[in-house]
Design a binder for this molecule. Structure first.
Ligand code: GLU
Length: 426
């Protein structure tokens, strides 16, 4: 038995078991079917480095479930502490969360996730080395991806640049010059969608706004702590600021800072651009991650990595709403504590579903060859998230369960329905 907390796949499985309990699903075979990925591909990626030497990297693509539509989910370049074996479990968990995410968001897609064990922020690679790595990885997974099969997207430390290289490699291998629907999160000239770059953070802000309305918290003047300063958390911060909130805490891989009188997002972003970190921002105090997460505020946005909020931190948390813009930031042991403290946790599978929802509409635009404006796409996404939020909030109230369990129960039920309609072949 793997210890919960140490292993993200065990955490994801625990969350599934909780959802099955709520739904009254007792069939062990069905639970196992829902827990395990359909396929996990582990690949060797040899790369000729600029100094002439060969370096071998390891990559993964986990395809969790496609009962509701093609597999969908990001590809991350990262080097988790637990090493390559940990990464395999992490990718399996992340692919399962994508299945539940597309389901609660109400987009007709399944769940997948990929990764290469490499940290381009820590190690300096040349542009051509990175391109060789990405293209070789694309080649290694090319047999299992495709516009109707499995559609990757950006994730931690990957961007539109890598997505373009994967699209181009896939197109070359398949004898088509342009195959935009094989991947999402592309730059606009490559067939990307407007609003995709801000989607995850914007979606988190929409969810937080709905939660604030439910508990009667005015957003004007509400204090926000952002953990992480990547794509998701930065745009969540920007949109929450537009809604009237004040950012009082921020962090990145170099450290955590607090400034209770507030910081303007554009100043923080400028500081980060110039100094490479938010640390040292004028007037701020450097604190530990634990202190950042437990600082008195109204809204906490964990927007970094998994396994951040454990039982101890949950006990000391002093916010009213948590909007999980990262995947898997809260450990199962922390959920009941937060629920008891009446903290509304908008779980990752809903709070960061804005990204994959606009990815879905990027794919639709690629398929029909027609492109839409920012406001139109953002509104489509908003409707999905508002519906997901209220479906889950109502169920949570009715069953007296937390939002994670409610989202999971709704998401799992939809996948089970699709599975039962299809049946098992042969
Ligand atoms: N990597 C993002 C996520 O975890 C986006 C996935 C996608 O757009 O397919 O939700």
């Amino acid at each position: 038995m793997v210890k919960f907390g140490a292993d993200p796949f065990a955490n994801a499985t625990k969350q599934l078991h909780d959802a099955c309990d709520i739904l009254g699903i007792k069939d062990e075979g069905l639970i196992k079917y829902l827990a395990m990925p359909n396929k996990v591909l582990r690949v060797k990626i040899p790369v000729r480095m600029d100094n002439g030497k060969i370096r071998v990297f390891t990559g993964f693509r986990s395809q969790h479930n496609n009962d509701r539509g093609p597999y969908k989910g990001g590809i991350r370049y990262f080097d988790p502490e637990g090493g390559v074996e940990y990464m395999e479990r992490e990718v399996m968990a992340l692919s399962a969360w994508m299945t539940w995410k597309t389901s609660i968001a109400g987009v007709p897609l399944g769940g997948g996730k990929g990764a290469i064990f490499v940290n381009p922020k820590k190690e300096k690679f040349s542009r051509i080395e990175m391109s060789r790595l990405t293209r070789r990885f694309a080649f290694m997974i090319s047999e299992i991806i495709g516009p109707q099969k499995d559609i990757p997207a950006p994730d931690v430390y990957t961007t539109g640049k890598e997505m373009t290289q994967i699209m181009d490699t896939y197109g070359k291998l398949n004898g088509v010059t342009h195959q935009p629907g094989v991947i999402t999160g592309k730059p606009i000239p490559m067939g990307g969608s407007l609003a995709r770059n801000v989607a995850t953070g914007l979606g988190t802000a929409y969810c937080v706004r709905e939660a604030a309305q439910e508990i009667g918290l005015p957003l004007r003047g509400a204090k926000v702590v952002l953990q992480g300063f990547g794509n998701a958390s930065t745009f969540a911060g920007e949109y929450l600021e537009k809604m009237g909130c004040i950012i009082i805490g921020a962090s990145d891989s170099k450290g955590d800072i607090i400034k209770t009188s507030g910081m303007k997002m554009k100043d923080l972003e400028k500081w980060k651009r110039n100094k490479g970190t938010v640390v040292g921002f004028p007037g701020s105090t450097k604190v530990t991650t634990e202190k950042l997460l437990t600082t008195k505020c109204d809204i906490l946005i964990p927007g970094a990595l998994e396994n951040q909020i454990n039982a101890k931190i949950a006990k000391n948390i002093q916010c009213k709403i948590i909007g999980e813009s990262a995947n898997g930031p809260t450990l199962p042991e922390a959920d009941p504590i937060l629920y008891k403290k009446k903290v509304v946790v908008v779980p990752d599978i809903l709070a960061n579903a804005g990204g994959v929802t606009i990815s879905y509409y990027e794919w639709v635009q690629n398929n029909i060859g027609q492109y839409w404006g920012f406001v139109h796409v953002a509104k489509l996404m908003e409707d999905h998230l508002i519906k997901g939020f209220h479906d889950a909030y109502d169920l949570a109230e009715k069953k007296k369960i937390d939002m994670r369990r409610a989202c999971m129960a709704i998401a799992v039920k939809r996948v089970v329905e699709a599975f039962e309609m299809r049946g098992i072949w042969p």
